[in-house]
Design a binder for this molecule. Structure first.
Ligand SMILES: *Cc1c(COP(=O)(O)O)cnc(C)c1O
Length: 492
């Protein structure tokens, strides 16, 4: 080897600048014209594979500028754009452009935010981000927290902390054997599917879940919750936690958190809130009451890559008492020379969650929080909610649409051809077919929800690019396509 190493992976300063400027130019164009693109080109995996080709692993390298041009072309021309103003499917937000810049900066410096010593300023920025998220939703800033990859991971991180806190004290040594399968957890029937994974992952098993029925408002029936806990106690089970949802994934309903908190207090259970979608709405003063009871939660899951418009991935777990994270996740192998200094408040984030090496996902969240501030978020989230209500009103007024539900920024509605006596079975089939046609068509992207056995179109607005004009156009598209699909189904 020569004394001076010249690595093929290095890009010299001049080239990096040139390629980088080109990339930034292309991204600016992309963001500036995203509303003029189709939401999705709707290409099949086969088509895409033929575009990528089936070449084997390259033996040698190629020019960086050509490579980046190829990658930009692939992504801009063959992607679904969740940043499109008419993308209202699932709960995936448009991404704040500052987050893209943040990610570039974060990966350039590449701090490992697992340990304070490896990420001095990044760790402090993550701590500050967590504190600001507490202020954002209105819980005390002494909650402990950690950024994770998303809502599922945020809920898992809290779930395992709850298990450590409420299961028999020997659970960390003896595992689940010592509990003879008796630990039980409680959540409503509208709880997100993360719970299915959590009980498998953490050894409780799917039979440990008590799916509490919901009332007419689709909130957890707290009377049924208490009955279920009593029955389990009488049968020798050990209830450990109740999960309340703050914005359910189908229709956006927030559980009665005050009542659930009271039940948890009475039976000494861990109170977890899944606020992955809805909890940022607590930033709006008029919504304070809706989220009342949140301050009694032992843990809260939130998801900045949803309603804080952070680019994927960013979730966050907040825990009232930091001890519960340390009790669950901390370990001190001899090969880590990482101190926990009470005095200077050092913190090694690997001791707070599942990950060891960790990227700097806090940066993009921290940037957007400062770019527009609390008031900026209050405005955007309020507007999303207003647009969702506007969609509900328009579909309510329209003779060929039925408005079904509206909570937070989720509206469900369906297409019903005028003046015909059609069965519910047919209407469900019609709307399901319509949804598939809309998703493939690329004009608008909605998802679905089944509300009181009605198959509905579902629009979730966590999109700072959507405007009233988009909502009006979506109504027109749905009615036009609904009519077309109906006439085609009728000819079958
Ligand atoms: C989206 C969502 C999740 C899952 O979050 P991911 O970021 O997709 O992992 C969990 N719970 C609720 C209520 C959600 O809306």
């Amino acid at each position: 080897m020569p004394k001076e190493r010249k690595s093929s992976l290095e890009i010299n300063k001049e080239s990096f600048r040139k390629i980088g400027y080109q990339l930034i130019d292309d991204i600016s164009e992309f963001i500036g014209s995203i509303d003029q693109q189709a939401v999705t080109p709707n290409e099949s995996p086969n088509q895409l594979q033929s575009i990528l080709g089936n070449g084997s692993l390259p033996e040698s390298g190629m020019s960086e500028s050509e490579l980046m041009a190829k990658a930009t072309d692939l992504l801009f021309n063959h992607s679904l754009f969740n940043g499109h103003p008419k993308f209202l499917g699932y709960i995936t937000s448009s991404a704040a452009p500052i987050g893209a810049l943040g990610d570039l900066l974060a990966s350039s410096v590449n701090p490992n935010v697992g340990a304070q010593i490896l990420s001095p300023i990044a760790t402090e920025i993550e701590k500050q981000t967590v504190r600001w998220l507490c202020e954002f939703i209105g819980v005390p800033t002494n909650y402990a927290g950690i950024l994770v990859s998303g809502g599922n991971m945020a809920n898992f991180t809290a779930f395992l902390a709850a298990r450590t806190a409420k299961a028999p004290a020997n659970i960390k040594e003896d595992g689940m054997q010592g509990t003879s399968g008796k630990l039980t957890v409680y959540c409503s029937k509208s709880t997100h599917t993360w719970i299915d994974k959590a009980v498998v992952l953490f050894g409780l098993g799917s039979k440990s879940v008590r799916w509490i029925e919901t009332d007419d408002a689709n909130q957890m029936n707290t009377k049924a919750l208490e009955d279920s806990i009593k029955t389990d106690l009488a049968n020798g089970c050990q209830p450990i936690m109740v999960i309340g949802t703050a914005g359910d994934v189908s229709t956006g309903v927030v559980d009665n958190l005050v009542d659930i908190a009271a039940v948890c207090k009475q039976y000494n259970l861990w109170f977890h809130i899944d606020g992955a979608y809805g909890v940022p709405a607590a930033v709006i003063p008029e919504f304070k009451d809706l989220f009342k009871g949140m301050e009694d939660a032992d843990s809260i899951a939130m998801d900045p890559h949803k309603w804080l418009y952070s680019p994927l991935e960013a979730g966050c777990t907040l825990v009232k008492n930091p001890k519960h994270l340390m009790d669950t996740y901390s370990s001190h192998p001899e090969y880590y020379n990482f101190s926990n200094n009470e005095e200077d408040k050092s913190l090694n984030f690997y001791e707070y969650g599942f990950q060891n090496s960790r990227g700097f996902r806090a940066l993009k969240v921290w940037l957007a929080l400062q770019q527009i501030g609390r008031s900026g978020y209050e405005k955007l989230i309020s507007e999303d909610i207003a647009l969702s209500k506007f969609l509900f009103e328009l579909s309510n007024k329209h003779l060929e649409l039925e408005a079904v539900s509206q909570n937070l920024s989720i509206t469900t509605f369906r297409y019903i051809p005028e003046g015909q006596d059609l069965s519910e079975t047919y209407l469900n089939r019609l709307n399901e077919t319509l949804l598939n046609e809309l998703q493939a068509g690329g004009e608008v992207f909605l998802s679905n929800a089944v509300v009181k056995e009605k198959y509905c179109l579902r629009a979730c607005i966590v999109n700072f690019r959507t405007s009233e004009k988009d909502i009006e156009e979506i109504i027109e598209i749905v009615v036009r396509e609904g009519g077309r699909v109906h006439s085609e189904l009728h000819m079958d």
